[in-house]
Design a protein around this ligand. Structure first.
Ligand code: BGC
Ligand code: CA
Length: 338
């Protein structure tokens, strides 16, 4: 009798312990995700990397914030009501981190931001808050090195022969840390290599192919062959520029234009293989999605954010490395997006 009683006690203790460490008080692990908009080429790959872990948790709440911060704030409220044990947030507006952090604090749950980096001040305002992304400047530096090396290897690309690289730049969303840093460092890296540059145009196409095509159409009719290089903050916009260039007779016969991007999405890799894109910078969607999921799950279950993983935290951030991709290592790029 005594034996059965103590066995029962041990069982009850074990069960309550298990419930205690599984996050929330229902013993279930629920993680609430938002993507700033599903209709973003690169983010669709990050999303895929997250969703393939679906069976690792009881519930994976996924939300398309449709590029609307007010909508995202509401989605966060709903996920908290549904009992989310942690939040993983791809902000619409990088400035809105403090609003999300306040909601997480009030609900006493952790939050992992990804892809759009909040300010260090916001990150440090809550001990249960982390970031998964990249070092934004790194993509700019690598892109600048691609431009530098390609320009030096092809003196014929200086079509007006003035020794100056005349470029147009397609910028991502203004205020987005990736857009700002890529714009700045791509050009400064070229200039630091002793190459003279002239900026013919710089405008935002909001990471978007169709918008980039429209801008490139306008720039081509304004500058014609005066443009010697197209620098795009991401591949989506590079692809839009290439579509415009193709419509204007480029990449047939002698008419060529060097174009560079960032992300290494499969469509861009095809353009590199076809010879209509010089290079890109791998933005590792697979590993960023996986790291975001791993951290969000661990903290949802009350564990150390890195438990059972090989990610490295530096000041509350996991930063996945960028890698240069051109025709020489195209297979490497393909593997990363498999
Ligand atoms: C990617 C872009 C993407 C943006 C979304 C960037 O890191 O390079 O392609 O549109 O993130 O926030
Ligand atoms: Ca020139």
């Amino acid at each position: 009798m005594k034996k059965t009683l103590s066995l029962l006690l041990v069982l009850v203790m074990a069960v309550s312990l298990f419930a205690g460490c599984a996050g929330g008080d229902d013993g279930k692990t629920i993680i609430g995700f938002t993507i700033y908009k599903y209709d973003d080429n690169f983010m669709s790959f990050v999303r895929r990397a997250i969703e393939k872990n679906e069976d690792q948790v009881d519930e994976l709440l996924m939300n398309d914030s449709q590029n609307d911060q007010a909508k995202q704030n509401e989605q966060v409220d709903v996920m908290i009501e549904k009992g989310a044990d942690s939040l993983a947030i791809n902000l619409v507006d990088p400035q809105a981190a403090s609003t999300i952090i306040q909601k997480a604090k009030d609900a006493e749950i952790p939050v992992v931001f990804f892809n759009k980096e909040p300010s260090a001040e916001d990150l440090n305002s809550y001990d249960q808050c982390w970031y998964v992304g990249t070092t934004s400047s790194e993509a700019g530096i690598i892109q600048g090195e691609l431009i530098r090396d390609a320009w030096k290897a092809h003196p014929e690309w200086d079509t007006n022969g003035d020794g100056v690289l005349q470029y147009v730049l397609l910028k991502g969303e203004p205020g987005h840390p990736d857009a700002e840093a890529r714009t700045k460092f791509a050009i400064s890296t070229v200039v630091d290599a002793g190459i003279k540059v002239e900026e013919l145009e710089l405008q935002t196409a909001m990471w978007d192919s169709a918008k980039a095509k429209d801008l490139m159409d306008a720039w081509l009719s304004k500058h014609g062959e005066g443009i010697e290089f197209v620098v795009a903050n991401n591949d989506g916009m590079a692809l839009g520029a290439i579509a415009s260039l193709q419509g204007n007779g480029y990449f047939e016969g002698d008419l060529f234009m060097p174009v560079v991007g960032v992300d290494a999405i499969p469509d861009a890799l095809s353009k590199i293989e076809e010879g209509s894109m010089v290079g890109t910078v791998l933005n590792d969607a697979t590993n960023q999605g996986q790291a975001t999921f791993d951290l969000a799950k661990n903290v949802a279950e009350g564990k150390d954010p890195l438990e059972g993983t090989s990610w490295v935290l530096q000041d509350k951030a996991v930063r996945v490395a960028y890698v240069a991709v051109n025709i020489d290592n195209i297979e490497f790029g393909k593997k990363a997006y498999e």
